[in-house]
Design a binder for this molecule. Structure first.
Ligand code: PLP
Length: 395
């Protein structure tokens, strides 16, 4: 099909041309004396993305799932008790991974479309007088339902309970798009992936570990080899890796970080909020509802739109792809067929979002959904014109 494909899944996201070009490099010796000139600054720059000064960042040649595994296996022992909330496919998959590693997961089942409930966590931690619970797992942004949870409130709940469990936060679809404060929230293990807010292809997983998490890794008994913090720390200290690193990805990462800091992280967050507002205005104009049950759960990186009864969200996605050259996100597991998702994160501007909304409108109308063509686009245009977060420095 002629023209650019409209990639509007919530990851992988559009890779800026600058990043693509930066990755076209000849292969080189990853043990050369020059190699650390590339790698050492990456660790420092990534710390700014996580908003940490005393944390340590690990870069693994994996996707986000590898980073999940690394965070758990480096810091916990078989049979350790873990408290985790489940309210979407990604919180589910993380719990599944923990269980398959032999962890004893106490699952807090939350309605899909809602998120982490700090008061429930506080209550359970207060009751755990002997501190059997070693870990609290929270997904910051549940990509399957378009729900963002308040991690600062989770930290407050843990403090209020006076509980020493480590706090693990999945920031795969939030970090570098939504404000994330590893130090302020005292996140012990923060997890990110390359293919979302960091605007890279899939292929790198990141873990940011607090000093408390690093101390826990000294005694943690779960098995790990490829994802071992200790091996990484030793090699990374001088800018090397314990195995052959994904070289082009590291060059791409350097450029992506440069782009993020040129815009300014706070401006990046403001842009995501602005663009998300346009999408939400469109959904309202269509007379449809989002999967997020209340405005407080709304995600600024992805919106899951409920299709009317009798209309399969998968058909909307299929029409969009075949007829209009747009990729919309699928409904997963419990919400399969019930939603389609618009990812609005990464290297994105107002006109790109308007294009996606136009495509979604046509695909919905083609499938018998009673939306007025142009209504969502117009609502988003009105929203965009009323505020000017994109491209402008906040004063
Ligand atoms: N966590 C969240 C919130 C995600 O959205 C995803 C993937 O979309 C993952 C974890 C898993 O990451 P990956 O697919 O990179 O392994």
């Amino acid at each position: 099909m002629a023209g650019r494909h409209f990639l509007f899944v919530p990851g992988p996201t559009n890779v800026p041309d600058r990043v693509t070009r930066a990755m076209v490099v000849p292969m080189e010796d990853h043990r050369s004396p020059k190699f650390p000139e590339l790698t050492l600054p990456l660790f420092q720059e990534l710390k700014k993305v996580f908003k940490t000064t005393d944390g340590q960042v690990f870069i693994f040649p994996s996707s986000g799932t590898g980073a999940w595994e690394s965070a758990l296996t480096n810091t916990l022992s078989p049979g350790d008790k873990v408290l985790a909330s489940r309210f979407g496919q990604f919180s589910h998959l993380w719990i599944d991974l923990a269980q398959r590693h032999g962890l004893d997961v106490q699952v807090l089942e939350e309605e899909w479309g809602t998120g982490v409930k700090p008061d429930k966590i506080e209550e359970i931690l207060r009751a755990d007088k002997s501190h059997q619970i070693k870990a609290v797992l929270a997904v910051h942004n549940e990509t399957a339902t378009g729900v963002t949870s308040d991690i600062g409130a989770v930290r407050k709940a843990m403090d209020a309970a006076g509980h020493p469990a480590l706090l693990y936060v999945d920031g795969v679809s939030s970090i570098a798009s939504l404000d994330f404060r590893a130090d302020e929230w005292r996140v012990d293990l923060a997890i990110a992936g390359s293919q979302k807010g960091l605007m890279l292809p899939a292929g790198l997983g990141f873990v940011c570990a607090s000093p408390k998490a690093l101390a826990a890794s000294k005694t943690a008994q779960l098995k790990r080899v490829y994802f071992d913090f200790d091996d990484m720390t030793k090699a990374n200290a001088t800018g090397y890796f314990p195995y052959t690193p994904a070289l082009p990805m590291l060059y791409g990462l350097r450029e992506a970080l440069k782009i993020l800091f040129e815009e300014g992280l706070e401006n990046v967050f403001a842009r995501h909020h602005h663009l998300a507002g346009g999408v939400r205005a469109a959904v309202k104009a269509w007379g449809l509802k989002t999967c997020a049950k209340e405005a407080k759960w709304d995600s600024d990186t992805v919106t899951a739109i409920l299709t009317p009864p009798g209309i399969n969200g998968a058909d909307v996605i299929s029409t969009g792809y075949r007829r209009y050259n747009i990729s919309l996100g699928a409904g997963l597991s419990q919400v399969a067929g019930k939603v389609f998702r618009i990812g609005h994160l990464g290297d994105l501007n107002e006109l790109m979002v308007l294009g996606a909304l136009a495509g979604a409108e046509m695909a919905m109308a083609d499938n018998g959904i009673d939306v007025k063509l142009g209504s969502g686009v117009a609502a988003a245009q009105t929203h965009f014109r009323a505020s000017n977060a994109v491209g402008e420095k906040k004063s």
